[in-house]
Design a protein around this ligand. Structure first.
Ligand SMILES: NC(=O)c1ccc[n+]([C@@H]2O[C@H](COP(=O)([O-])OP(=O)(O)OC[C@H]3O[C@@H](n4cnc5c(N)ncnc54)[C@H](OP(=O)(O)O)[C@@H]3O)[C@@H](O)[C@H]2O)c1
Length: 321
C-alpha cells in the first residue's frame, strides 16, 4: 500500500510518500480502508522532533484522524462489519497511522461515521471534537447560561468548541483575527475579539471557562504570543472559574492567586463521545469547516500550510474515493 512515513525527525521534506506493508488487524481490531486523514498540529509537532519525541522506532506513519470503510474485522470484533463506514482517533503507537491506504485500529476506539458527512468532513472531526468536548465539558464542566472564552476560535479545535459551547447553551466569546469575524459569528459566537487590535482582557470579564488552544511551535513568535495569552487569561475569569489549556500546563500557583483553577487536557480516544458527536452532526448542530483538501501524496504541503498557524477549520488529506 501507499503511505506517508518518516524515517527521521525534521522539516516537512522528511515526509516520504512510499510503499509500506499493509497492516494485519489483530483479533480486536478493524482494518480500515482509509478514505481521508485529518491533519493536526500534533502531526508536525511530532515530525519536527521538537515538541514530542515518541518512544517508537522508525518508520512512523503519521496521522491520528481517520475516516474510511472496514475492509476486515478481527475475530473478537462484534459491533462492526466489513463494509461499515467508521471514523476515529488513532493512538500514538507507530505515529498514528492514518496517512496510509490502510490502517488497523482497535474496534473499541472507533465509531460509525456520521451519516451526513462524507469521509473528508468526517476525518476532520475526531481529534478536534474529542479535544473540545473533553476540555469544555469533562474538564471545564461548562453548563447552560455560563460564559466561555475560546481562544483561537477559528482553528481546528476552536471552531468545533464554539459550536459545542453554543449547543450547551453557553454565551461564547472567541478570539481571532479580523478576517475570521464573519466566520465565527456564523458559527454562533456572541462576541469576537480581534486579537491583533484589542487586548481581550480589556473587554472581557466574568468568564466561567477559558479554553486555550492557541497553536504552539508554528514559529517562535507565535509560541511567545500563545504563552502570554494564557497568562493574560487569568484575569478574565470569575472567582471559581477555570482555564483549560490543551497546549500547556497552567500554573496551579498562579491559578490560586486569582482564586480560579487551571487544567491541562490531553485528548483521549473515546468511542462513546464520538457517537454523541456523530448524533450532533447528524442533527445539524455541529459541522466541520474544511480549509483545504490535498491528496495523500501532498502531505508535505499540508504540513507547511498547517505550520503557518492560521488554518480556518481543518486541513484534510484525501486518500481514496
Ligand atoms: N492536548 C490535546 O489533546 C490537543 C489536541 C488538539 C490540539 N492541541 C493543540 O491545540 C493547538 C491548536 O490546535 P488546532 O488544531 O486548533 O490548530 P490550528 O487549527 O492550526 O489553529 C489555527 C488557528 O489559530 C488561530 N490563532 C493563531 N494565533 C492566534 C492568537 N494569538 N490568538 C487567537 N487565535 C490565534 C488562527 O486564527 P487567525 O488566522 O485568525 O490568526 C487559526 O484559525 C495546537 O497547539 C495543538 O497542538 C492539543
Amino acid at each position: 500500500m501507499k503511505a506517508v512515513r518518516i524515517h527521521e525527525y525534521g522539516a516537512p521534506d522528511v515526509l516520504v510518500y512510499e510503499d509500506a506493508p499493509r497492516p494485519e488487524p489483530r483479533d480486536d481490531e478493524v482494518l480500515i480502508r482509509v478514505h481521508a486523514a485529518g491533519v493536526n498540529p500534533a502531526d508536525w509537532q511530532i515530525r519536527s522532533g521538537k515538541r514530542f519525541v515518541l518512544d517508537e522506532p522508525f518508520s512512523l506513519t503519521m496521522g491520528f484522524d481517520v475516516s474510511g470503510i472496514a475492509e476486515a474485522v478481527g475475530s473478537d470484533v462484534d459491533h462492526f462489519q466489513v463494509g461499515d463506514s467508521v471514523y476515529g482517533m488513532l493512538g500514538l503507537g507507530g505515529g498514528g497511522g492514518a496517512y496510509a491506504e490502510y490502517v488497523a485500529a482497535p474496534a473499541v476506539d472507533l465509531a460509525h461515521r456520521p451519516r451526513s458527512l462524507d469521509h473528508v468532513h468526517a476525518a476532520a472531526m475526531p481529534v478536534v471534537a474529542l479535544t473540545a468536548w473533553q476540555a469544555l465539558f469533562d474538564a471545564g464542566e461548562l453548563s447552560a447560561g455560563q460564559t466561555a472564552l475560546i481562544h483561537a476560535a477559528a482553528g481546528g479545535v476552536g471552531h468545533i468548541a464554539v459550536q459545542l459551547a453554543k449547543w450547551k447553551g453557553a454565551r461564547v466569546i472567541g478570539t481571532a483575527s479580523a478576517r475570521n469575524e464573519g466566520f465565527l459569528r456564523e458559527l454562533g459566537c456572541d462576541e469576537v475579539v480581534d486579537y491583533k487590535t484589542t487586548r481581550f482582557e480589556d473587554v472581557v470579564r466574568d468568564v466561567d471557562v477559558v479554553l486555550d488552544s492557541i497553536v504552539r511551535d508554528a514559529d517562535a513568535a507565535i509560541d511567545t504570543v500563545a504563552g502570554e495569552t494564557m497568562e493574560r487569561s487569568w484575569s478574565v475569569l470569575k472567582r471559581g472559574g477555570i482555564l483549560v489549556s490543551v497546549c500547556a500546563k497552567p500554573s496551579a500557583e498562579t491559578a490560586a492567586t486569582h482564586s480560579v483553577r487551571g487544567k491541562y487536557v490531553l485528548a483521549q480516544r473515546n468511542a462513546a463521545q464520538l457517537g454523541e458527536i456523530a448524533k450532533l452532526v447528524d442533527a445539524g448542530r455541529l459541522e466541520p469547516t474544511i480549509a483545504a483538501v490535498l491528496p495523500l501524496s501532498e502531505a508535505r504541503r499540508a504540513h507547511e500550510l498547517s505550520e503557518r498557524g492560521h488554518t480556518r477549520g481543518k486541513i484534510v488529506l484525501w486518500v481514496a474515493q
